[in-house]
Design a binder for this molecule. Structure first.
Ligand SMILES: Nc1ncnc2c1ncn2[C@@H]1O[C@H](COP(=O)(O)OP(=O)(O)OP(=O)(O)O)[C@@H](O)[C@H]1O
Ligand SMILES: [Mg+2]
Length: 208
């Protein structure tokens, strides 16, 4: 099962969650059908809260009781799927490519978060922006970084993810970057980012 069947209401999230080769990491896969969910849910009851409801139910299950963090990967556009994620989330992490147009996308997504906060999920918080595809030798990268840090201050993680060919190779081996090459700069940056994220999470008041 995929998250499509879950959002459609045909199956519980528990049916889509599978273990992975990495101890402690489970996942609920997406599928191409998800693109259609958008249209199918247009008149559905609680259409913005399908994922939030599924997660709340999951938290009560045996599998769910073992979970500490849930990471929801979103499409880049503002869609019903994104809204479902933002309605279910306690905090948002925005990956930002260090390119000029990425900045425009960033202000758009900040407006979206504000809208969701006023209408759907009052507790939603921006946890942070992570700069990715970072290249120190490139002037534009440094300019984008300076701009974003000047505007968002400590909302930008200290860790940046460098542009690293080992990361782009990993999927062709069917592996996450950390299992493909733990020592490469990209993997090391992701480990550092994880510890920064966990530190921030610990400071955040726990939801009821
Ligand atoms: N730090 C990096 N260095 C080099 N290549 C990278 C890096 N991060 C991601 N890539 C490559 O860029 C491509 C897109 O990455 P990814 O799928 O993470 O982006 P995305 O924004 O989630 O895309 P989508 O919108 O399709 O979900 C992949 O081929 C990936 O291997
Ligand atoms: Mg993606």
């Amino acid at each position: 099962m995929t998250t499509y069947e879950v959002l459609s209401g045909d199956y519980r999230l528990e049916a889509a969650v599978t273990e992975t080769d990495i101890p402690g990491l489970s996942l609920a896969p997406a599928g191409v059908d998800l693109a259609g969910a958008e249209i199918e849910l247009i008149d559905a009851e609680r259409r913005h809260f399908r994922l939030a409801d599924a997660l709340a139910e999951f938290a009560e299950s045996e599998k769910g009781a073992e979970i500490t963090y849930v990471l929801i990967d979103c499409p880049p556009s503002l869609s019903l799927l994104t809204i479902n994620a933002l309605a279910a989330a306690q905090a948002v992490m925005i990956p930002l490519q260090c390119e000029f147009f990425a900045l425009e996308g960033l202000s758009q997504i900040m407006r979206t978060i504000d809208t969701v906060r006023t209408r759907i999920n009052t507790d939603l918080e921006l946890q942070g922006v992570v700069l990715t595809m970072h290249d120190r030798r490139n002037n534009l990268t440094n300019q984008v970084e300076d701009d974003v840090r000047a505007h968002l201050k400590d909302k930008v993680y200290r860790t940046v993810i460098p542009r690293n060919v080992r990361i782009s190779e990993a999927p062709s081996h069917g592996k996450p970057a950390l299992l493909y090459d733990l020592k490469c700069p990209g993997s090391q940056a992701y480990i550092q980012l994880a510890s920064e994220v966990i530190q921030r999470e610990r400071k955040r008041p726990k939801a009821a």
